[in-house]
Write a protein that binds this ligand. Structure first.
Ligand SMILES: C[S@@+](CC[C@H](N)C(=O)[O-])C[C@H]1O[C@@H](n2cnc3c(N)ncnc32)[C@H](O)[C@@H]1O
Length: 266
């Protein structure tokens, strides 16, 4: 499902992509890292949610929170929840400079080839002294255990998840450095784990071998071995999929710096 979220509306089943997102958003581990992002923007008005998806977070944020997402399917779902959303791209946010007291981007920037450009855009629409909150898993932290599958096959699948399934699967670890370099204050990085023990929850993992074979990264025999290792593997029988979500937060300097001041309105 991961590549799907770079361009939901052109995917094979946009409505299913939105439903899957709603399902994942209800998992306790996902709620836990999201709660941290809400804490980091508590009291800020208005808040912008970049890549707001089906609007689950906008409902939680309440108040004057506004979402922006490039997917019309996602935006319709968010609007059906009563949320304020606009169509737009994270790389060219349709808002004036210094509009928001907090800007959050949750599992959005991992889908962009250049997340730092999106961060610069988020900083532009953030008021001096406002909070920036970015959350994403780091795919370099992924642990996978599939009973019966050879370690080299597991490693090949993990590498592909990290390097190919996302455009920027590990950028989040570098965000503190980026934000310090842009002159942000109070830069923090916090972590929350996601641990799954049912292969059916693990983002379509049974299909990843076939996808890797189609790209030439695995042989057909290896792909078949991966499929059969996961076929009919019941929940809680040794399967482990664990990844760390990072929440990076920082305050835009109250004094405009060259990196974040694009010269626009107050
Ligand atoms: C994995 S979903 C996460 C949705 C939401 N933040 C959540 O946690 O439920 C990623 C969202 O980012 C949106 N997205 C991806 N690339 C985008 C871009 N360049 N500009 C705006 N939205 C984008 C997708 O349409 C999708 O709704």
């Amino acid at each position: 499902m991961s590549g799907t979220y770079a361009d939901v509306d052109r995917g094979t089943d946009p409505d299913e992509a939105a439903r899957w997102q709603e399902r994942v958003d209800a998992w306790p581990a996902i709620r836990a890292y999201k709660a941290l992002t809400y804490e980091r923007c508590a009291g800020a008005e208005p808040v912008l949610d970049v890549g707001s998806g089906p609007g689950v977070d906008l409902v939680e944020l309440g108040g004057d929170a506004v979402g922006v997402d490039r997917s019309m399917v996602m935006n319709r779902r968010a609007a059906a929840r009563g949320c304020a959303v606009v169509a737009g791209d994270a790389l060219a946010l349709p808002f004036a400079d210094a509009t928001f007291e907090a800007v959050r981007a949750d599992r959005t920037l991992q889908h962009l080839p250049e997340p730092v450009e999106a961060i610069t855009e988020c900083a532009r629409v953030l008021r001096p002294g406002g909070m920036l909150i970015v959350a994403d898993p780091d795919q370099g932290s992924l642990v996978v255990e599939v009973p019966g599958a050879p370690a080299c096959l597991v490693d090949a699948i993990r590498r592909r998840r990290r390097d190919r399934q996302y455009r920027s699967g590990t950028y989040i670890r570098g965000m503190p450095t980026t934000l310090c370099g842009m002159g942000f204050d109070d830069v923090r990085i916090e972590a929350r784990p996601l641990v799954l023990t049912d292969p059916a929850d693990a983002f379509g993992i049974a299909t990843w071998g076939d996808a890797a074979a189609a790209e030439g990264g695995l042989t057909a025999a290896e792909a078949a071995q991966w499929r059969s290792s996961l076929a009919r593997l019941p929940p809680d029988q040794g399967f482990v999929y664990a990844v760390t979500f990072f929440v990076v937060s920082a305050r835009k300097s109250p004094i405009s710096s060259a990196a974040t001041d694009t010269g626009g309105g107050a």
